[in-house]
Design a protein around this ligand. Structure first.
Ligand SMILES: [Zn+2]
Length: 111
């Protein structure tokens, strides 16, 4: 990464050679974060996606999603879920609001 900066993981997991892949995907301190994102996505889209950085970070279309509407919804969810927490909190007060918001999105796309 940057030769003028420490290569230690800034999340504090103890990794001394943290790559971009580690920082954004492999860091064990992100396990619950990515697990919760894929739990939401699978629940909302009624699919069974495995955790995959190609989907989560790069936005590559999963092979199990055939509907264009579901793909749009997945992209919207990923954008929302990648939004910094402080911005999300301005829009959504808690998880109930988030689920309601996603339900409304799902309904509007289905009708
Ligand atoms: Zn780490």
């Amino acid at each position: 990464m940057n030769p003028n900066q420490s290569s230690q993981c800034w999340r504090g997991c103890g990794e001394t050679m943290a790559t971009h892949s580690h920082i954004f995907w492999q860091c064990p301190l992100l396990d619950n974060f990515w697990k919760s994102i894929f739990t939401y996505i699978n629940k909302v889209l009624n699919v069974d996606l495995i955790r995959d950085p190609l989907i989560a970070i790069l936005g590559i279309k999963p092979v199990v999603i055939h509907s264009r509407k579901k793909m749009y919804l997945l992209q919207i969810l990923l954008i929302i879920l990648h939004t910094p927490r402080s911005n999300i909190q301005l829009l959504l007060q808690d998880k109930t609001d988030f689920i309601l918001y996603v339900d409304q999105l799902s309904y509007s796309m289905a009708h």
